[in-house]
Write a protein that binds this ligand. Structure first.
Ligand SMILES: C[S@@+](CC[C@H](N)C(=O)[O-])C[C@H]1O[C@@H](n2cnc3c(N)ncnc32)[C@H](O)[C@@H]1O
Length: 279
């Protein structure tokens, strides 16, 4: 049978927005939702029609909690609507007056690093706290001539900034086929010829060496993969990790210390953190 390429768009209205919106995104991510757009009063969430199952209703049930008010409706859409969706919901962001992340339909900005992303259904527009903080870490680090791994690259936004800051070899790896295709497009769009985009996970790292590793994924994947990252970090290497909450710094740092990494510093935004470690 031919695959149906249409999507279902869920429009969630949530109050209070945090932490309910993060919890909802995490739950929906587990049941094959592919993309999320944070709106002023909630979240737009997208799932392929073919991937829909009753599990989704269970995921939404998670939020039937007296502390949250949640309301939603949904409609079927065709993939061609992506640009219109982003145009309505995606405004450019600026990080520390030095880096902008915008879509092709936005006007060019005057900041030093003007990144153009067509996110479609990948994570990494800079709007999320973790992406924002990782962009800040990259802005504050010297990438000139460095070899870099961006693990869980999403749209490729972090790899693109590293490339713009002079990194000489960059591997951007994502497990998700959609992200892989999208990062390839964005890398080309930003003329970053030193970036190689790969589809896969930490099993691709055997025998590789990097001076800087950036990984914005989530607590559990990081806990599992930190040993593999350390294995391919050079002796003067630096590791930036994000995708977890402040309360998880201890467990992530303990795992890093088990593999002889030293905690350097962390950034924090709305209870999310991005931590820097060295060998
Ligand atoms: C939070 S997003 C980060 C995207 C982008 N790097 C950013 O900072 O905005 C995490 C990404 O990690 C990818 N991912 C999840 N598990 C992974 C794994 N085991 N190995 C590689 N990528 C993974 C997801 O597909 C997703 O694109």
């Amino acid at each position: 049978m031919e695959k149906d390429n249409s999507y279902i768009e869920y429009n969630f209205k949530i109050s209070p927005l945090q932490p309910a919106s993060d919890i909802l995104i995490a739950e929906l991510g587990e049941v094959l939702f592919e993309s999320f757009v944070e709106t002023e009063d909630g979240v737009l969430a997208y799932i392929k029609k073919d991937d829909w199952s009753d599990d989704i209703l269970n995921a939404i049930e998670i939020l039937s909690n007296p502390n949250f008010e949640i309301d939603y409706d949904y409609k079927e859409i065709e993939q061609e609507n992506w640009n219109a969706t982003w145009e309505q919901n995606f405004s450019p962001i600026e990080v520390d007056n030095k880096c902008a992340v915008r879509a092709p339909f936005h006007e060019k900005t005057n900041v030093e690093f003007d990144i153009v992303i067509e996110p479609k259904m990948s994570f990494g527009t800079g709007h999320h706290e973790t992406t924002h903080m990782m962009l800040q870490h990259i802005l504050n680090h010297d990438f000139e001539g460095k070899s870099v791994l961006d693990m869980g690259s999403g749209t490729g936004v972090l790899a693109i900034l590293a490339a713009m800051k002079g990194a000489s070899v960059i591997d951007a790896i994502d497990i998700d086929n959609w992200c892989y295709l999208n990062a390839k497009e964005n890398v080309e769009r930003n003329n970053c010829e030193h970036i190689t985009v790969l589809e896969g996970d930490a099993s691709l790292l055997a025998g590789k060496k990097y001076q800087v590793i950036i990984a914005n994924i989530n607590r559990n994947i990081l806990l599992e993969d930190i040993p593999k990252y350390v294995e391919c970090l050079t002796n003067d290497g630096v590791l930036f990790l994000s995708g977890f909450y402040t309360e998880d710094i201890e467990i992530i740092t303990a795992k890093c210390q088990e593999f002889k990494l030293k905690y350097v510093s962390n950034l924090e935004r709305n209870n999310w953190v991005a931590v820097k470690y060295t060998k």
